[in-house]
Design a protein around this ligand. Structure first.
Ligand SMILES: Cc1cc2nc3c(=O)[nH]c(=O)nc-3n(C[C@H](O)[C@H](O)[C@H](O)COP(=O)(O)OP(=O)(O)OC[C@H]3O[C@@H](n4cnc5c(N)ncnc54)[C@H](O)[C@@H]3O)c2cc1C
Ligand SMILES: *[C@@H]1O[C@H](CO)[C@@H](O)[C@H](O)[C@H]1NC(C)=O
Ligand SMILES: *[C@@H]1O[C@H](CO)[C@@H](O)[C@H](O)[C@H]1NC(C)=O
Ligand SMILES: *[C@@H]1O[C@H](CO)[C@@H](O)[C@H](O)[C@H]1NC(C)=O
Ligand SMILES: *[C@@H]1O[C@H](CO)[C@@H](O)[C@H](O)[C@H]1NC(C)=O
Ligand SMILES: *[C@@H]1O[C@H](CO)[C@@H](O)[C@H](O)[C@H]1NC(C)=O
Ligand SMILES: *[C@@H]1O[C@H](CO)[C@@H](O)[C@H](O)[C@H]1NC(C)=O
Ligand SMILES: *[C@@H]1O[C@H](CO)[C@@H](O)[C@H](O)[C@H]1NC(C)=O
Length: 594
């Protein structure tokens, strides 16, 4: 049937009425007017009958969002509902620093600061559990139809929509007050192809990876192939490879020889904010394909699966170095050791290496675990690292070191990388230093990292997590949304201002200011040629558009306006979110309208 102008006009009128019905509050802040999403205390919030109807449509996959610590509390909010259970509470406590357990939970966030430190597993069950910044309802999706239904419901009802994969995000971007959450953790299918024949010029091997697949899980599948293959992924075993990792760009231990995670993506299957199933690759929806590769998570569409290049396995060697209180309590000695190690960053990346390290807090601990030599045996790695070993020995820096080699990257990875600890409270920032920054002032860069790792404020210690990595050296150029600065990167550091989480709102704001304007300022001064990384950065980064994406930003903004003009999706500091703000002490998401 051809659509008559009258039909179109009627349709527009209906849409408009629907939009009016679901309008949230209007708020005035500092002379500006904001229009908010619908929340449970607004008349536009869906009725119980409507939630029940949604539950039917998604085949009973809708649940009330219950914080992971809830079994330790006799009251959940004001309600008489309680999930209190001594046994379940004991399980929560036993798993509070277990990353896999937390990622398997429907809504848990690994970093409690972003939940308002709410409903912790306390010993006193009479303390009520409040939802804090957690959402209200969650769809535990197992099919793409369930995801689509959730997106449609949130769009039509003007609800805050959160896509939650693992809850791993350092910037809290999978948690949102008062939201409808779609959990994508169950999308675990992985299929391997010997030869890829889709759009693009790749005819090598590939894998089709579900959005919920996690790092080590993916590496295991790849290693089980005959012959075994590798896929570029992060160093952390439980980060969601097909979720935020790829959409932010994704660095990892094989990046210096095979590029960034997103460089290797051949195709996405996704669902748009209008609820349409789309494929995005070199031929279809090429703009979306470009943007999903590094343009920011939860920004352009909801990803369901990803087709990615796989590569041959490589023998890999690694070296671990420790300098800590078992060796010295003299911070000057430790700092000298850190300078020697870090000043060689360009040398490591020139040799196709990746390095993971942790530094801090004072009097000091440097844990380099490991320096990664892909395609190297023990002799070769020791040869590449000779300048490091010689300088440490010459300067008489007390330390421990050992090098080991493995026939494959996978065996190396399982043996030499360590798991991290979740459930810590920190305000995160960071910086990517380029090769030029290191050439121009390696000592200044090292000093800035030492500063960030120790006592950035009189009362708060720091901690830095570093990655020496360069996806631009000997790796073919890939055209995508990843900041060009990555192509000349040398060292990327995440900085933490460690907090208790119990600070008042104002104190938290002051500490955020320390991260941004004290630590961050020092990092920017030491790395004027550098940039920042959207997946592991400061939510208050000044000039974030330029800092996260450089000259790619204008195109990303255009693509965002095309695929999500109304802001169905939202995460702070992603393209096109300039007018949006979370008001009322971290709760209501609203758009500035005048
Ligand atoms: C301990 C640790 C180690 C890390 N190591 C690395 C590393 O080695 N390299 C690296 O590059 N990064 C690393 N990261 C950062 C990591 O890439 C980001 O935290 C990333 O956002 C995690 O994605 P996720 O899907 O697992 O997390 P979630 O917290 O579930 O989601 C993160 C963001 O992605 C969005 N999202 C998730 N799934 C989808 C989807 N299907 N469609 C659309 N949006 C989606 C969410 O809405 C949210 O905005 C690390 C993080 C941690 C905590
Ligand atoms: C959805 O339906 C299932 C099955 O009846 C039920 O267990 C669940 O509690 C319902 N969800 C909500 C939010 O009521
Ligand atoms: C809890 O109850 C009090 C008093 O009835 C009410 O003011 C408050 O809004 C309720 N809070 C929630 C989260 O429902
Ligand atoms: C967050 O925590 C603070 C301090 O405990 C509290 O005053 C505030 O009400 C909490 N916010 C929410 C949304 O729970
Ligand atoms: C594939 O290769 C051809 C010829 O070299 C080139 O013109 C085209 O741009 C390439 N396509 C992609 C998607 O890289
Ligand atoms: C450093 O101090 C700790 C605590 O006092 C002590 O146990 C350790 O032996 C010291 N280390 C050295 C190398 O002296
Ligand atoms: C300190 O160094 C020792 C010796 O190398 C190592 O076994 C230990 O794990 C290190 N401690 C920390 C906290 O890194
Ligand atoms: C990388 O550095 C080289 C040499 O300094 C420079 O020519 C090139 O333009 C840089 N590339 C990017 C993307 O900044």
């Amino acid at each position: 049937m051809a659509r008559t102008p009258l039909f179109v006009a009627l349709l527009a009128a209906v849409n408009c009425a629907a939009a009016a019905k679901w309008k949230g509050e209007v708020k005035k802040v500092d002379g500006a007017t904001y229009q908010c999403k619908c929340y449970s205390d607004n008349s536009c919030w869906p009725t119980n009958a409507e939630w029940n109807a949604l539950n039917k449509t998604v085949g009973d996959a809708l649940q009330i969002a219950i914080p992971p610590g809830a079994p330790c509390h006799k009251m959940l909010g004001n309600s008489t509902t309680s999930v209190y259970s001594e046994a379940a509470c004991a399980e929560v406590k036993a798993n509070w620093i277990n990353e896999q357990w937390l990622t398997d939970h429907p809504i848990a966030n690994l970093w409690p600061l972003y939940t308002n430190n709410t409903c912790l597993p306390s010993d006193d069950p009479s303390i009520p559990c409040t939802r804090g910044f957690y959402g209200e309802y969650v769809i535990l999706a197992k099919t793409k139809e369930q995801i689509k239904t959730g997106i449609d419901f949130a769009r039509e009802r003007n609800l805050r929509l959160i896509i939650r994969n693992t809850g791993h995000d350092f910037m809290g971007r999978s948690t949102g007050f008062g939201s409808l959450i779609i959990n994508t953790h169950s999308f675990k299918d992985v299929k391997f192809l010997k030869t890829y024949s889709g759009p693009g010029n790749w005819t090598g091997s590939a894998a089709l990876v579900g959005a919920g697949v996690q790092g080590r899980e993916l590496f295991r599948h790849a290693f089980a192939q005959k012959p075994p293959v590798v896929i570029v992924g992060g160093e952390c075993p439980t980060v969601g490879w097909g979720g935020g990792y790829i959409q932010g760009g994704g660095h990892g231990p094989l990046t210096s020889i095979y590029g960034m995670g997103a460089d290797n993506v051949l195709s996405f299957d996704a669902i748009t904010v209008n609820g349409e199933y789309v494929t995005a690759n070199a031929e279809e929806n090429a703009d979306l394909y470009w943007a999903l590769k590094g343009g920011g998570p939860s920004t352009f569409a909801v990803v369901v699966s990803i087709t990615v290049k796989t590569f041959p396995e490589v023998p890999t060697a690694g070296t671990i170095i420790n300098i800590n209180s078992t060796h010295t309590n003299d911070s000057a000695v430790l700092n000298k050791g850190f300078h020697i190690f870090h000043n060689l960053a360009n040398h490591y990346t020139d040799n196709g290496m990746f390095v993971y390290f942790e530094l801090g807090p004072g009097p000091g601990r440097l844990h380099i675990a490991p320096l990664v030599g892909p395609n190297m045996d023990e002799m070769k790695l020791n040869e590449v690292l000779k300048p490091l070993f010689d300088q440490l020995d010459e300067a008489k820096i007390p330390h421990d070191r050992h090098t080991r080699a493995f026939p494959t990257f996978f065996e190396f990875y399982i043996d030499m990388f360590e798991d991290e600890q979740p459930n810590q409270n920190s305000i995160v920032g960071g910086r990517l230093f380029t090769r030029k920054d290191l050439d121009d002032g390696a000592d200044k860069v090292a000093d800035a990292i030492i500063f960030a790792s120790n006592n950035p404020t009189p009362n708060n210690v720091g901690l830095s997590v570093g990655h020496i990595v360069d996806p631009g050296h000997g790796v073919p150029y890939a055209d995508n949304a990843i900041n060009n600065k990555w192509r000349n990167s040398s060292s990327f550091v995440i900085t933490n201002v460690i907090v208790s989480g119990l600070e008042s709102w104002d104190e938290k704001k002051q500490l955020e200011n320390v991260q941004t304007n004290v630590v961050g300022k020092r990092l920017r001064e030491a790395g004027p040629d550098g940039a920042t990384y959207v997946n592991e950065g400061d939510l208050n980064e000044p000039d974030w558009q330029q800092s996260y994406w450089g000259d790619k930003y204008p195109r990303l903004l255009e693509i965002r306006k095309k695929w999500d003009p109304k802001g169905v999706l939202y995460t702070k500091t992603t393209p096109g979110t300039e007018d949006w703000e979370v008001l009322d002490y971290g709760t209501k998401l609203c758009k500035k309208v005048s």
